[in-house]
Ligand binder design. Structure first.
Ligand SMILES: *Cc1c(COP(=O)(O)O)cnc(C)c1O
Length: 221
């Protein structure tokens, strides 16, 4: 199957759902991104700052760049001028740095808070309690150049569909609860980033608005 066929197959599955596709292009050469772009894909996800900045310089300017991997504060400045959405925010300190760097470019940078929903120890992200504390922090409204627009989570890597479904359902429930409770000018919860190649159909059923799919489009890494 070609990149174009894979994109078309997934896009068909998203028709009449609120979910949009982010093509995860980490480790893939620029030619693969060009091929996807020519097939109509304008949303790319990368997990490393340096790689994203290099690819950004080589692709058309109407591409949306999504940072999906862990972000260190000292790396924010290389993407602040162009990043569309940062999916992996896990601290107030990081939000403060994104605000500072975004201000230099007169931008407001949209961010998601990454929530730890998997059973595995290795995955990044905050607990629900930590996320609530962050979203209720009195320091947040003082950051006019960031906007928290939702949550991101990665399910456990397993064949157990009910385990995965339960984790996505839990994240969706937390998202809905926060939507009703958090009122801050720069917190506007509307995006739920969940679902990867092996579990996106479940994520879509459970209310994902952004799926992050790599290998099902571009092949194994
Ligand atoms: C690599 C990656 C993906 C895509 O993974 P695939 O299994 O190739 O679809 C999605 N989200 C994050 C955070 C990733 O690092």
């Amino acid at each position: 199957m070609s990149i174009q066929e894979n994109l078309q197959r997934i896009e068909r599955q998203l028709i009449s759902t609120p979910s949009r596709l982010i093509a995860v292009t980490k480790t893939k050469p620029v030619e693969a991104l060009r091929e996807a772009y020519q097939a109509g894909c304008q949303r790319f996800g990368e997990n490393k700052v340096q790689e994203m900045a290099e690819k950004h310089a080589q692709l058309p300017h109407d591409v949306e760049w999504h940072l999906i991997g862990h972000l260190q504060t000292n790396k924010v400045k290389s993407i602040a001028s162009f990043v569309h959405l940062i999916h992996s925010v896990d601290s107030l300190r990081l939000l403060q740095e994104i605000d500072r760097q975004a201000a230099k470019h007169q931008r407001v940078v949209d961010c998601l808070i990454q929530i730890h929903i998997a059973r595995e120890e290795t995955k990044f992200g905050l607990s629900e309690a930590e996320a609530e504390e962050l979203l209720r922090s009195s320091a947040l409204p003082a950051l006019p150049n960031v906007r928290v627009v939702g949550l991101m989570g990665m399910a456990t890597y397993t064949d157990d569909q009910e385990q995965i479904r339960g984790e996505f359902r839990g994240l969706k429930a937390f998202f809905e609860k926060l939507k009703n409770q958090i009122g801050s000018p720069n917190v506007v919860l509307r995006e739920l980033s969940m679902g990867m190649s092996n579990d996106y159909p479940i994520a879509v059923e459970e209310g994902s608005t952004l799926i992050r799919v790599g290998s099902a489009i571009f092949g194994a890494r």
